[in-house]
Design a protein around this ligand. Structure first.
Ligand code: ZN
Length: 238
């Protein structure tokens, strides 16, 4: 399992990787899970947590209400006692085990969402649950005073949020991807301009590393480069 340590000793571990990443933040005795992967990875996720001798989790932060992020949220809450944190815009979807609407950001993914998703909609439902803490768009939510907090980073979905550790590491959900060479732009997003504004907000934290839910980590240099390029493009279009 790959892990990163901040200068104040907060450890971020990539518990699951592949299609959907799951991250564990360990800050002294506090344990915070970020996202859960889809339902089918439950056994592996459970085993990884047991391998690390983790019996309880303080919090589960859901970056947004999509089945490949919240698929095991109910089980994490029941088995590990985690308090579930989600944004106010995503909470209604979590309560019914549904997916917050998004759309494709290129012709291919646009086609996928419009034409193929309805056929697969029964495959992307997950166990509904009641969140414990609902974050609001206007205020950052501090989980550990002075070191770990949640910020609203909309665009992929209206209530997408990211977790910041020590202003060094950002866990960004689907606000960025780590799959395509030279770009962090996700293939799905409801509002592309808002998404790029969220990158600006993330860059303001001065984090050096941006961990997406899909693919590998992005450096501040790559995010800055893509942010500047997208802004130039938007300025020309507007
Ligand atoms: Zn998503």
């Amino acid at each position: 399992m790959k892990s990163w340590t901040t200068k104040n000793g907060i450890v971020v571990t990539k518990l699951l990787s592949g299609r959907s990443n799951v991250f564990l933040i360990s800050a002294n005795t506090n344990k915070i899970l970020v996202d859960t992967g889809p339902g089918r990875v439950w056994r592996t996720l459970n085993r990884r947590l047991m391998d690390l001798n983790i019996k309880t989790l303080d919090y589960l932060v859901l970056t947004h209400a999509h089945y490949d992020h919240a698929g095991n949220a109910e089980r994490i809450k029941i088995v590990f006692g985690a308090k579930v944190i989600i944004n106010e815009y995503e909470a209604p979807f979590l309560r019914k085990g549904g997916n917050t609407p998004t759309r494709g950001t290129n012709p291919f993914t646009g086609f996928m969402v419009k034409l193929l998703m309805p056929a697969f909609s029964s495959l992307v439902i997950y166990h509904a649950l009641e969140p414990d803490i609902i974050t609001v768009v206007s205020t950052d939510f501090e989980i550990i005073k002075g070191s770990v907090y949640v910020i609203h980073t909309p665009g992929h979905t209206p209530g997408s949020q990211s977790v910041i550790a020590d202003n060094e590491i950002a866990i960004v959900g689907d606000a960025m991807f780590g799959v395509f060479p030279g770009s962090v732009f996700p293939p799905f997003g409801l509002d592309s301009e808002e998404l790029v504004r969220s990158w600006g907000k993330l860059l303001k934290t001065k984090c050096k590393l941006y961990l997406p839910s899909h693919g590998s980590e992005n450096s501040i240099e790559l995010v800055t480069k893509d942010y500047n390029r997208r802004n130039e493009k938007n300025n020309i279009l507007n």
